[in-house]
Design a protein around this ligand. Structure first.
Ligand code: SF4
Ligand code: SF4
Length: 136
């Protein structure tokens, strides 16, 4: 079973269409909506966890893009605010993928977006709210 958290951005033209229903029905996928902000006749954003076989997942993402939606991994929306981060290292204990790591030489906590899976554990772990999820 393949599973990934994704961000889907809607345009006003397709915000009224049952895209998620078609996605799971046609591609045999299971979804769990984590966040949603949709306004009638305006743009919107949905964060969901999508699960299924890798082939069905890839076909589903292709379907969404062909519908004109912007789709990307939730991890692409995660960032480390360098103005706020005090390099305390608290987040590294919670990060399950090693995307946040302490570098001895510089004495700094580094963020590698390529390793991030978008779990958001660092967001609540950070005492100064330096880890951010930018959805819009
Ligand atoms: S917990 Fe926050 S302040 Fe501490 S290293 Fe991580 S991002 Fe920086
Ligand atoms: S969102 Fe999860 S995987 Fe990404 S940096 Fe934060 S704790 Fe690590």
């Amino acid at each position: 079973m393949y599973s990934k958290k994704i961000v889907i951005r809607y345009t006003p033209e397709i915000v009224q269409q049952p895209v998620i229903y078609q996605l799971v029905k046609q591609h045999n996928l299971v979804f769990n909506i984590l966040k949603a902000r949709i306004f009638p006749r305006r743009e919107g954003v949905i964060v969901l966890e999508l699960s299924g076989s890798k082939e069905n997942f890839d076909n589903g993402i292709r379907f969404l893009k062909e519908m004109g939606l912007k789709v990307e991994a939730l991890s692409k929306s995660v960032s480390q605010n360098s103005d706020k981060c005090v390099h305390c290292g608290a987040c590294t204990a919670f990060c399950p993928t090693g995307a946040l790591s302490f570098e001895k030489e510089s004495q700094k906590v580094l963020f590698d977006p390529e390793k991030c899976n978008g779990c958001e554990l660092c967001v609540s772990a950070c005492p100064v709210r330096a880890m951010e999820i930018n959805l819009l």
